[in-house]
Design a protein around this ligand. Structure first.
Ligand code: NAD
Length: 568
């Protein structure tokens, strides 16, 4: 009956029918809107935000918060009790949490698989209202709860927390919602709407998605779990042990904003137990991973080995490590090289995946650059994140401390390497490593080619005559291709670098540092072993989380098997 009326009225009567089908477009209630990036607060002395942050820090530090496993809205605890400590004061416990075992993870899979079809029917307009509400809550009353958990739990300074757990997280929610709204505007060609209507609906996946997040960005955890959810998927979110509290706060805000039980299930777990359980399930539809190359490679292999088991071909999205470079040309502005490199290499103690870890400097500029770097690095204050004059703090945990100091010891023991600044460390109170600069005579020493993920920068000084050879070296000496920056005023050099480094970085900077990408402005991700380069924060990312369906609806009944030419 509805269909006949639509033929007669040109479609309006059918709207009431499509409204109940969440992902059918057009969703008449999906309004157009614009977005801007969330402003970054400055936390100057006596500012309102600074007072609010200090109050939140006190409250967060004053207790050890209990964090349960949540599956389908129900809370669980197991015998495997874990704690999150403050990296800069490792005797201070911040959160108590529990590892989900195999049985609980299987329960979470069942819950997610059952929740998905119902959630997929919720119209985009309603989902986006939840996302908007969550972003507003994060920008407003929960901003300092998120920042304080990120500062104390992950050892970020006030400004590093603000750009992560406030601005970037809010941007992911708002800007991916904006891209979703823009994306569904596209509809396939319908030549004559009275005869045939073609449409495309954006469904979630038939199964569940495993979101596995790293410690170093609170915002990444939120994005890995909730962008797939926004697209109609059901998710098992395994946060990192060392980002537990901030991630738990995101989960609660999303619940408050209306995300139904079972859509995202919060399941802290031992990494390999989680990986083994999800890759054994026939319902695995995708993995949204950010972390190291070995972990992602292990998951990929497990999926490959189990490929016959799955209902889908699981999509594997992984953003991994880097060995990011600053390449300096003799025409570069020295001061900008020095300040950009200090920030890129040592902010958040070099634990940004985009942090500069190797630098190439021409002989002619080396004396000035060396002097500038040493002078700046000596001024950096390393300490407790609650002290607002701190530049950076401790590294995340004992494993990181051991790995990074291992490279420092290697530098001390190698005749090709010379420590020109830093090189000292102590883990008596927190996992503190002083920003360290090494000069290497060998551009292929492992300190120049392996990801270290800590406050350690190595510099190779090249002869101007070897410029093109050295540029080739940048490209070929590591397995990574995440971020890279070139510094120079010479246009010919910049043009040459654009070609030479085309495949050496997914995010490329000219006369700017290799860190600091902003959602919607520099969509992020790298190639080669740095990941699948799906560019979170860009318009294409959401398409990785949908399985679109093309629909052709015909209003003129087919009456004749024969074609016209057959009767001529
Ligand atoms: P990690 O690989 O140790 O851990 C990442 C996550 O995987 C954690 O939640 C961990 O518990 C989990 N895990 C560990 N073993 C697992 C297994 N067998 N199966 C399933 N999950 C498992 O990485 P990390 O130390 O948390 O993060 C640092 C790494 O992340 C660095 O290499 C860094 O470059 C990278 N990173 C990349 C990006 C990017 O966008 N490219 C962003 C942030 C961090």
């Amino acid at each position: 009956m509805l269909r006949l009326m639509r033929n007669a009225t040109g479609g309006s009567a059918v709207k009431s029918c499509v409204r109940c089908l969440g992902s059918v477009v057009p969703d008449p209630n999906l309004k157009d809107f614009d977005v801007v990036n969330e402003p970054i607060l400055t936390y100057r002395k006596n500012s309102e935000e600074r007072k609010a942050l200090q109050k939140a820090l006190k409250a967060t530090a004053s207790k050890c918060e209990e964090v349960p496993i949540v599956i389908g809205g129900k809370e669980y605890k197991t015998d495997q009790v874990m704690h999150q400590v403050m990296p800069h004061d490792h005797q201070h416990k911040l959160a108590k949490f529990y590892y989900a075992d195999k049985k609980l993870l299987e329960k979470a899979i069942k819950t997610a698989v059952e929740a998905q079809p119902k959630w997929d029917r919720v119209p985009f307009s309603e989902r986006l209202k939840m996302w908007e509400c969550a972003a507003d809550l994060m920008a407003g009353k929960y901003r300092q709860e998120l920042n304080s958990a990120t500062m104390l739990g992950q050892a970020k300074t006030a400004i590093q927390a603000e750009i992560d757990s406030a601005a970037e997280l809010i941007d992911f929610l708002r800007i991916h919602a904006y891209f979703l709204k823009e994306c569904v505007k596209y509809q396939p060609i319908s030549e004559d709407i009275k005869v045939t209507k073609n449409s495309m609906r954006y469904r979630g996946f038939d199964g569940f998605i495993a979101a596995v997040s790293p410690f170093n960005f609170t915002a990444i955890g939120g994005n890995l779990a909730y962008t797939p959810a926004m697209m109609g998927n059901a998710v098992l979110w395994k946060p990192s042990d060392t980002a537990l509290l901030s991630n738990w706060r995101i989960f609660n805000i999303m619940r408050e904003a209306g995300v139904p039980d079972g859509v995202v299930n919060f399941v802290p777990a031992d990494g390999p137990v989680f990986g083994d359980t999800i890759t054994a399930s026939p319902h695995l539809a995708a993995i949204n991973f950010t972390g190291s190359v070995p972990t992602f490679s292990r998951l990929w292999k497990q999926v490959g080995n189990n490929i016959e088991k799955y209902n889908n071909f699981p999509r594997l999205i992984g953003e991994c490590g880097g060995k990011n470079f600053h390449f300096v040309h003799s025409s570069a502005d020295v001061q900008s090289v020095v300040t950009s490199t200090i920030r890129s290499s040592f902010e958040y103690s070099g634990q940004k995946c985009s942090a500069c870890s190797r630098m190439y400097v021409p002989e002619s500029l080396w004396p000035k650059i060396k002097e500038g770097l040493i002078s700046e690095v000596q001024k950096l204050k390393i300490g407790d994140v609650q002290d607002m004059s701190t530049f950076t703090s401790a590294v995340i945990d004992d494993k990181a401390f051991k790995r990074i100091t291992g490279y420092i010891e290697h530098a001390k023991n190698s005749s090709n390497l010379e420590i020109i600044a830093g090189g000292t460390y102590s883990d008596s109170k927190g996992y503190f490593i002083n920003p360290t600069i090494v000069q290497s005579k060998d551009p292929l020493d492992r300190i120049m080619t392996e990801e270290i993920f800590g406050p350690l920068l190595t510099i190779y000084v090249y002869k101007e005559a070897d410029l093109s050879e050295t540029m080739k070296l940048v490209n070929s000496s590591t397995q990574f291709a995440l971020t890279g920056a070139v510094f120079g005023q010479d246009e010919e050099f910049i043009n040459c670098a654009m070609e030479e480094f085309k495949m050496a970085a997914g995010n490329f900077y000219i006369n700017d540092k290799s860190t600091g990408s902003v959602v919607g402005q520099q969509p992020f991700g790298g190639g080669r072993k740095s990941g699948t380069n799906d560019k979170a924060g860009g318009p294409h990312y959401i398409l990785r989380w949908t399985s679109p369906q093309s629909i052709k609806e015909t209003f003129v009944p087919l009456r004749d098997v024969n074609y016209p030419y057959m009767s001529e």
